[in-house]
Design a protein around this ligand. Structure first.
Ligand code: PLP
Length: 259
C-alpha cells in the first residue's frame, strides 16, 4: 500500500480546489489520498455561494475510521470551515505525533468568497501552527495570520508562535512578470524559487501545491526537496489549466492526458 496523506478538506463542486485538488495532486505525487471532509461548499470557478461545515464529531469519526487501516504518513489541511473543526484537528494531531502535517491556512477562496469567518479562523489557527511540519500561506494569508505587512516580520512572528517551517507563496504580490516563493525553516531562509507569472487566475493552485508537498513528504522526501518537486509539477499543471467559463478562474489540469 502506498504511503497515505489524510486530508482535512472541503468539497468544491467545480473540481478545481478542495478535496478533489488534494486527491488528484497526491495521486500525481505517487502517494495515496484519504479524505476527512470538513465542509460541503456551493461554488463554481467564479463565485462562492455558501457552505455547510461538517460537525467536529463527524469529522473526527471519518479520520479515526481510516487511521486504523491506512498507512498514514502525513496529514494535510485546507478549508476547515469552523473553529470547532480546527480544534478537532489539533486534538487529532496531538494524538498522532508521528504524522507529518502540511497546514495550508485557507481563509478565503481565490475568487474572493468566504470559506469561514476570517477573524475567528485566524485566532483558532494559533493552535495548529506549532503542530505543522510546514505552513504554506500566500502573502495575503501570512499578513492575515500575523497582522503584519512586512514578509520578514510576519514570518518571524509565525516562528515566535511555534512554526517549524513556512513556505511563503508570492502569487498575490505585485510582481507582474514573475512569482517568487520563499521557504523558511526554523527562522532561516533555506530556498527561494522564481517562475514566470502565467496569465489569468487559477482555482485550486494553493491546494494543489500543498497537497503535492504532503504526498512527497509521505513518500520520504525531505521538505526542501518536496517543495522543489511540487513547484516544478505545479507550474506544468497550471500551464495546461483550462478555462471553464469566460468569467471563471482556470482549473488546473492535474493529469497528463495523451489524446
Ligand atoms: N478548499 C476549498 C473547499 C475551496 O473551495 C478553496 C477555494 O475555493 C480552497 C480550499 C482554496 O483554494 P486555492 O487553492 O485556490 O487557494
Amino acid at each position: 500500500m502506498r504511503p497515505t496523506v489524510l486530508c482535512f478538506s472541503g468539497l468544491d463542486p467545480s473540481g478545481g480546489a478542495g478535496l478533489q485538488a488534494d486527491i488528484e495532486s497526491i495521486g500525481q505525487s505517487g502517494a495515496h489520498a484519504a479524505i476527512a471532509c470538513t465542509a460541503l461548499t456551493i461554488q463554481n470557478s467564479q463565485q462562492v455561494f455558501g457552505f455547510e461545515a461538517t460537525s467536529k464529531e463527524l469529522l473526527l469519526a471519518q479520520a479515526n475510521a481510516v487511521v486504523v487501516d491506512l498507512p498514514i504518513k502525513c496529514v494535510k489541511s485546507g478549508m476547515l470551515g469552523t473553529t470547532e473543526n480546527i480544534a478537532a484537528l489539533a486534538q487529532f494531531l496531538r494524538e498522532h505525533p508521528d504524522y507529518q502535517y502540511v497546514l495550508d491556512p485557507v481563509l478565503v477562496a481565490n475568487s474572493g468568497g468566504s470559506l469561514g469567518d476570517q477573524a475567528t479562523l485566524v485566532k483558532a489557527f494559533v493552535e495548529l501552527i506549532p503542530l505543522a511540519t510546514v505552513i504554506t500561506p500566500n502573502t495575503v494569508e501570512l499578513r492575515a495570520l500575523t497582522g503584519l505587512d512586512n514578509i520578514e516580520d510576519a514570518t518571524q512572528k509565525l516562528f515566535d508562535m511555534g512554526a517549524q517551517a513556512i513556505l511563503v507563496k508570492g502569487g498575490h504580490e505585485a510582481t507582474p512578470d514573475h512569482i517568487h516563493n520563499q521557504l523558511f525553516i526554523k527562522g532561516e531562509l533555506v530556498a527561494e524559487s522564481t517562475c514566470p507569472r502565467l496569465e489569468g487566475e487559477y482555482h485550486g493552485s494553493g491546494c494543489s501545491l500543498a497537497s503535492y508537498i504532503a504526498g512527497r513528504l509521505a513518500l520520504g522526501d525531505d521538505l526542501k526537496i518536496a517543495v522543489q518537486h511540487a513547484e516544478v509539477w505545479l507550474f506544468d499543471v497550471l500551464k495546461q489549466a483550462e478555462m471553464p467559463a469566460p468569467n471563471g478562474q482556470k482549473i488546473p489540469k492535474r493529469f497528463k492526458v495523451e489524446v
